[in-house]
Design a protein around this ligand. Structure first.
Ligand SMILES: [Zn+2]
Length: 414
């Protein structure tokens, strides 16, 4: 038996067996009522360990506070994870399996033996030999994304309650619904939460801190051609479908697309086309790590349109840009201590801290721009949104330790 300071494992096994899949096609909030099943359990558990203000609201958000036990004036720190699981893979009747002291062999999932987790395909497994790995059974996802984060925050909370000698300021807990369908922050009440800074615990590899996301815009191009009966079209017809085709084929072929870029490169990406010869609408997403890069790509796209339209003198194009979200780094740069303290908290666990950027957005990017600066700390979740999802007990315990370290660092620096 290994010694466990944090009870992340038992909590995690309990949470993943509750189906909390969100539904992008639902107009309700939360999108699925069953997410509240987990909210209810979390509130009960928090009250049991003495967090008396724990509750969830009509939208399914769980709010709770750990009162300060320091006399210093310490900023209020929030830890946040999401309760829902991805609509991309079933989350019903999850049967978690613990592979104790994993020896590096392929993990064949028993309920569908074609589902095999291989060291060769999951490089992060190399560091897990000898650890206890948890997987699903082959027919569902596991839900480590993000129930690992929830278990880690809950275990750290229980630990702090039992160890009042550890000094900290006020700590806020926030568990959100519907993150996987992009609505995780839609109904959050930041005034009620009352935190100065926050951390989502929803990252992948041990030791990582993500403090940078894409900045994102949408572009929609509405093409109005000149429509005629095709039998009488000579010299008149300007077919919007062909104009759209010309614009698309003028996009760069060897760069600036999702399939030709990686790391810190951005892209222009058509996502939808609809229409008839009279009118066609093209939708794009534009991504870059900084706003100047976004503008550059939007100008390139606009110039392509202008150039193509010179061939169609009687047609018109309406080019519209909408802001989607912004790189959290713009905000985090104004509060460098938020990431610095997290890096220190990781290193205090004896692991290498590593900053990463996300080629996408997070709840943290939205929260940061809503006034709550919020980078993302690792939770240990891997191969998420799939039946091959896995997490190790050891990584989860390290994440709990990072939370405990982090609240002490904030207190010591106050
Ligand atoms: Zn997640």
């Amino acid at each position: 038996m290994k010694n466990h300071i944090f009870d992340t494992q038992t909590r995690f096994l309990r949470y993943v067996q509750i189906d909390t899949q969100s539904d992008p096609n639902s107009e309700a909030f939360p999108s699925t009522e069953k997410q509240k099943d987990l909210a209810k359990i979390l509130v009960e558990e928090l009250q049991e360990i003495g967090i008396s203000d724990a509750h969830f609201d009509e939208f399914g958000y769980v709010y709770a506070s750990i009162p300060a036990n320091s006399t210093k004036s310490v900023p209020t720190i929030c830890f946040c994870s999401h309760m829902d699981t991805s609509p991309d893979c079933s989350g019903a009747n999850v049967k978690p399996i613990i592979h104790r002291h994993w020896n590096g062999e392929d993990i064949i999932l028993p309920d569908d033996t074609s589902q095999i987790i291989k060291l060769s395909e999951h490089p992060d497994l190399a560091a897990q030999i000898g650890n206890d790995i948890i997987t699903a059974s082959g027919t569902t996802l596991l839900g480590a994304d993000n129930k690992a984060g929830i278990a880690e925050i809950m275990a750290a909370t229980a630990f702090l309650q039992k160890n009042p000698q550890i000094k900290h300021g006020t700590i806020k807990l926030l568990f959100t619904p519907d993150e996987e369908i992009g609505r995780g922050t839609d109904k959050v009440d930041l005034v009620k939460l009352g935190a100065d800074f926050a951390y989502t615990i929803d990252g992948e590899s041990l030791g990582t801190l993500e403090d940078e996301t894409f900045s994102a815009d949408g572009v929609s191009i509405l093409i109005k051609g000149v429509s005629t009966h095709p039998g009488f079209a000579f010299g008149k017809l300007e077919n919007a479908i062909k104009i759209a085709g010309d614009i698309l084929s003028a996009l760069p072929k060897d760069c600036l697309s999702p399939e030709t870029t990686q790391n810190m490169e951005g892209f222009i990406h058509p996502t939808q086309i609809s229409g008839i010869q009279e009118e066609v609408k093209l939708d794009f997403i534009i991504r870059d790590f900084n706003v100047a890069g976004l503008i550059e790509k939007e100008e390139l796209l606009q110039n392509i349109c202008k150039e193509i339209m010179t061939r169609y003198p009687h047609s018109h194009v309406d080019f519209r840009i909408t802001e989607q979200y912004r790189n959290m780094k713009e905000i985090l740069n104004q509060h460098p201590q938020v990431s610095e303290y997290a890096m220190q908290a990781i290193e205090m666990c004896g692991i290498k801290a590593e900053k990463r950027s996300i080629r996408g957005g997070t709840d943290g990017s939205r929260l940061s721009f809503m006034g709550l600066p919020c980078p993302n700390i690792f939770a240990g979740e891997h191969a998420f949104h799939s039946k091959l999802e896995w997490v190790s007990v050891e990584d989860m315990e390290k994440a709990s330790q990072v939370i405990v370290n982090l609240v002490q660092i904030w207190e010591q620096n106050a």
